[in-house]
Design a protein around this ligand. Structure first.
Ligand code: 13P
Length: 256
């Protein structure tokens, strides 16, 4: 498990313009460097990355939200892992439920993870069930996502992967959503670590950072870490407002 907590803001398809992205990034960066127990990242839309990467610092680095499953070549509209690496992108989200919704399969996500690892970028693999209406089946859903998305990845490389548990039913844009509790988070985090241990051994499983995402705000942030056992957070909506995002970072930084 990591010493520094990892807080990744997923901006999704926001904000509307590059000047606004710059302004928000800069105000986060200005304050974030004071919080030494936290590593902060903004996962920005592709088109903003070259500009924001120039502004990135030790206190606030830049991430991407997607990557091609292919290395290079005739893939119109795709962005490769090496292109992202050339812009100093440190992390890249893969397997987000909003992309799975567009048809991405575990097998496809597995290819993306391999591309990222060979380009030296840390994948943030999102896993999570759509709902909890079917007994304990949701554990099996997450197990399959982990096993299939991480198939064929060496123990060595496993330590570089970040997992984000994002129950779809708790994400802010989900219709009829409800809040996940720190206990929901804790249960799944323990389970994810067990699945990883079965796949790659306890030492590797312990070294993997497991984040929580799903309507995290400044009020809920500390509970997901302190009680929920998360090594960090993946806020979406709350990361769009620099003040709120910084409040999440501050709350996290205060935890022992
Ligand atoms: P919200 O924080 O808006 O629920 O988004 C979570 C998420 O999907 C982050 O990847």
């Amino acid at each position: 498990m990591r010493k520094k907590k990892l807080i990744v803001g997923n901006w999704k398809m926001n904000p509307r313009t590059l000047p606004l992205a710059r302004t928000n990034f800069l105000s986060i960066k200005k304050a974030a460097s004071a919080y030494k127990n936290v590593e902060a990242v903004i996962a920005a839309p592709f088109v903003y990355i070259p500009e924001l990467a120039k502004l990135a610092s030790a206190g606030l680095s830049i991430g991407a939200q997607n990557v091609s499953a292919e290395k290079e070549g005739a893939f119109t509209g795709e962005i490769s892992a090496s292109m992202l690496a050339s812009l100093k992108v440190k992390y890249c989200i893969v397997g987000h439920s909003e992309r799975r919704e567009l048809g991405e399969t575990n097998e496809f996500i597995n290819k993306k993870i391999k591309q990222l690892l060979s380009a030296g970028i840390a994948p943030i693999l999102c896993v999570g069930e759509r709902d909890r209406d079917h007994g304990m089946l949701y554990l099996g859903t997450v197990k399959t996502q982990l096993e299939e998305c991480l198939a064929g990845i060496s123990k060595n490389m496993m330590g570089r992967i970040v997992i984000a548990y994002e129950p779809v039913w708790a994400i802010s844009s989900t219709a009829n959503r409800r809040d996940a509790t720190p206990e929901d988070c804790q249960e799944m985090h323990i389970y994810i670590r067990k699945v990883l241990a079965d796949m790659s051994g306890g030492t590797v499983a312990d070294s993997v950072a497991i984040l929580y995402g799903g309507s995290v705000d400044e009020k809920s942030a500390a509970g997901f870490i302190a009680t929920g056992g998360a090594d960090g957070l993946l806020p979406g909506r709350a990361s769009l407002n620099p003040k709120t995002f910084l409040a999440i970072i501050k709350k996290t930084n205060e935890l022992k």
